[in-house]
Design a protein around this ligand. Sequence first.
Ligand code: ATP
Length: 514
Amino acid sequence: DPARMEKIVSLCKRRGFIFQAGELYGGLNGVWDYGPLGAELKRNLKEYWWRKTVQERDDVVGMDGSILTMEQVLVSSGHVGGFSDPMSDCLLTKARLRADQIPEQDGTAVWFSAASHPASGWSVQREFAVLVAPGAEIGSAHKTARKYYAEFLSNKQISPKEIELVEERREEVTGTTRFNPENGSLLTEPRQFNLMLQTNFGATGDQIAYLRPETAQSIFVQYKNVLDSNRIKLPFGIAQIGKSFRNEINPRNYTFRSREFEQMEIEYFCHPNDGMRLTDEWLETRLCFYDEIGIPREKLHVLDIPDGERAFYSKKTYDIEYEFPFGVQELEGVAYRTDYDLGVHEKGAGKSLIYFDEETKEKFLPHVVEPSAGCDRTILALICEAFDEETLTDEKGKQDVRTVLRFKPSMAPVKVGIFPLLKKNEEQVKIARDIQKQLQKWMTVSYDDGGAVGRRYRRQDEVGTPFCVTIDFETLGESGDELKGTVTVRHRDSMEQERIAIDALLPWLLERIR
Ligand code: ATP
C-alpha cells in the first residue's frame, strides 16, 4: 500500500523520527539520521534486545567490536572475494541496478534519434531507446527521451523546445528481453559488484581497511579470547549490536535497504550434534521476541530456505519476514552455519580454535547458530505496525481522523506527556514541573502546556506516547478533598481517563512501561 507508506514517511520526518542524512545539502542516498524520537525508539529496541538476549540469559555474553576491520579477516571470511551482488548498468540512464531485482516487464521499445535545435548552435546527435509499458501512452516515451537527451548534454537548463526528436522505430519486447539503442540491449550483462566499503588506513594511507559488512566477523575473530577470559562452556553465545556498512546497489524502501545500518547479532557456539535443534529453538525465541515488542506472529512469515538456495556452508536457514506496506520482506535470518566461520579463521590465521570439552574429553571445532536481525528494519516494522488512523465520531456526528502510533509502552519513545491544564495557573504549573522532575529520572517525558488539552493529547497520540497526565483544578482540591493530590491519566489507545494519586504515579507507570 504505497499511500500508507507515504503517510508513514511523512510522519517520521514531521515529528522527528527519521531524516535523510545530509538533507540540507541534497541528501546522501541510502543513509539516514534518527531524530530525537527515532533515537529514543532505537534505544528502547536495542536495550530490550540486550536485556532479553544477554542480561536475562546465563549462556550469552556481549561484546562491542570495532567497525574498522582488517583486510585479512575479510579475506578469510570470504567477503573480499565474494561479498557481491550482480549489477547491470542501464546504458541510457546510467543507473546501476541489482540485476536480480530488475523487474521483468513487457512493453514497446521506442527508438529515437535526438538532436538539439540547430539555431542554438549545438549539433550533438544521439540515439535513445525508451520502454513503454503495455497500455501506457507513447507520448510519455517522447517526454522521457527529451529528458535523457537533456541529461546527456549535462545541461538541465535546456528547454524541451530546443530538442528535436525523430521517432525511428517501435518494437514489442517481452519480460526478459534487454535492449540497447546501439546493439539491441538496454542493460549491460550483469557483473559482480563488491558491496564492501573500503577505506585507506594508517599514516601513509597505503593500508586497506574495511567498514565491516556485518558485526559477526569480530565475534568469530574474538571467540577464543571471550572463551578464555570468561570461564564459560559450550553451548554459549556472543551477542553484539552495532553498525554495519554495505554499498548497496539500489538502496530503497525508505530505511529498509540502507548503506549504513545497525545489526543485532548472536553467534551461538555449540557441539555439532546440537546445531539443528538449537536453530529451531532460536527461531522460536526470536519469534517470541517480535511478539513481545509489538510485531505479532500473524504478521511474520517464516521461510525455510530450501536446499540449493542456502549459502553452501549452511545446513539450515530460516528467514523471518514481515508484511511491510511495500511487501513481505526479511527482518532477520536464523542460520545454522556449521563450523564454516571458525574453520576459515583457523585456516587464515594459522591458529587452532579447537574446543576441549573437560567432561567428555572430546576435541572439536564448535558449530555456530546465528540469529542476525536488522535494528533499522525492526524499527521500520515497529513504526509500520504501530501506525493507525482511527475515525472518531463526536456527539454531534462530526467525524475526525486521529493518527496514532500504537507502540507497546516498552518501545514508545516518550512514555508520558505531562500537562498543566492551564498554563497561567501557577499552582498547576508547579505541580506539573515537580512531577516532570520526579518521572524524568526514570523515563522519557514530554512537558506540554501549549493549546487545548485535546490538541495536546493528539500530538502525543501521533508519536505513540501511551499515557498523558493532566494536572487540573481537581488536583488542587477545588472539587473537594477526595480528588486533591490526584491527576488525570489518559490512555492513548482507549482514550479512557482515570484519576491516580500523584504519589502512586511513578510505580503505576514503571509497572506499565517495562
Ligand atoms: P537482504 O537479502 O535483504 O540483502 P541479507 O540476507 O543480505 O539481506 P544478512 O546478511 O543476513 O542480510 O544480514 C542480516 C540482517 O541485517 C538482515 O536480516 C537485515 O535485517 C539486516 N540488513 C542487511 N542488509 C541491510 C541493509 N542494507 N539495510 C538495512 N538492514 C540490513
